[in-house]
Write a protein that binds this ligand. Sequence first.
Ligand SMILES: [Zn+2]
Length: 148
Amino acid sequence: MPYCPKCGNKVDDGAAFCQNCGAKLNTSRTDFSDELKRFTDTPDSTSQYDPRDIADNKVMGVLCYLGLLWLVPLLAAKNSPFVKFHLNQGLLVLIIALASSILNWIPIINIFGWIVSVIAFAFAIIGIVNVCQGKAQELPLIGKYKLL
Ligand SMILES: [Zn+2]
């Protein structure tokens, strides 16, 4: 339990003000990390995959998130359940990247195009980090959709 920095009174987790002296408590930092944790705490099905499958197919897994190179694991390694998981995740990222390039061609709303590309890029990074860590963890927000 945290303490009030002004009077030292014990305060409830996440309280905005001290109940004793009324001082405003700085809770924004914990709020942000809680928010971030909720955002990144997605279902992780790593334990359902064969550790050897994961170890053998990390390179193919990374290719799932590299734009058109997505086709390489699709053709070469789709029998691997681990690769298949990341093919699905990578396809979701590809769709977002495609949406951003379409937005870029539409006047006025094309300002959103670059925002969507940044989002797609961030998702690809998260996916690649997951593969490198040998994890089959869903991407935040979009990872729950199954297309393959
Ligand atoms: Zn206080």
